[in-house]
Design a protein around this ligand. Structure first.
Ligand code: SAH
Length: 217
């Protein structure tokens, strides 16, 4: 993996990406700074590296995709909007890009991926980038990560038809979950908040994610 960049264009294309995210309404400067300094090309195959700073999802093998930078920024911003988070669960590590963007902003991230081949590569990237507050697990994230919960934040980067009960259970009181819910042609990005009075759910926007699947491979 090449962390050095793909030539002189790299910084300029990152500037352009961050400007695009600003234009789309991302305002949290911490997130924009991290996106600016994170080498997204290191999270995808070299053959696609020249497209790494486009605001688009790209294939990462195993029929999966690295999320679109705007969606990564938006989900991170919404998750953090009520204040700092200590323990966060991410379901769907994928390339590890979303993990790498969120990691500097929280105390600890527990990330779960069901495809071993993707998780291995993501773990290599976490080491190379020196991310020390990430713990990962090869498992079906539909079940959450019971012995690491409860979590102040849960970020789901694959789409369930309905929010799994286990994830709701592992959300701490006062906790926030950002999750794309629905079927392949119509998914709603939702913010779910848990309080003493109960659970609220707010639709943020329409999105398109790969499905949350059961089991591991
Ligand atoms: N955040 C990732 C997005 C990857 S796509 C990135 O930026 O690269 C969603 C990922 O969720 C895929 O890697 C897929 O394998 C994973 N996934 C789907 N169902 C899952 C499940 N039940 N448990 C854990 N991971 C799951």
């Amino acid at each position: 993996m090449n962390l050095k960049g793909i030539g002189m264009t790299s910084q300029r294309t990152r500037d352009r990406l961050v400007q695009r995210l600003r234009d789309q309404g991302i305002v949290d400067e911490r997130i924009l700074d991290i996106i600016m300094s994170t080498p997204r090309h290191a999270f995808i195959d070299e053959a696609l590296a020249h497209r790494a700073y486009e605001d688009t999802a790209l294939p990462i093998g195993f029929n999966q995709t690295i999320s679109q930078p705007y969606i990564v920024a938006r989900m991170t911003e919404v998750l953090l909007a009520a204040g700092p988070l200590r323990r966060v669960l991410e379901v769907g590590t994928g390339s590890g890009y979303q993990t790498a963007i969120l990691a500097p902003l929280v105390e600890k991230i527990y990330t779960v991926e069901r495809i071993a081949g993707l998780l291995e590569r993501a773990n290599t990237r976490f080491k190379l980038l020196g991310l020390r507050n990430v713990q990962s697990r090869h498992a079906d994230g539909t079940m959450g990560w019971p012995d690491r919960g409860p979590f102040d934040g849960i970020l789901v980067t694959a789409s369930p038809r309905v929010v799994p009960d286990e994830l709701l259970t592992q959300l701490a009181p006062g906790g926030r979950m950002v999750v794309p819910v629905g079927q392949s042609n119509h998914q709603e990005l939702r913010l779910i908040c848990k309080s003493e009075e109960g659970i609220t759910s707010e639709v943020l926007e329409l999105v398109r994610f790969v499905p949350l699947l059961g089991g591991k491979s």
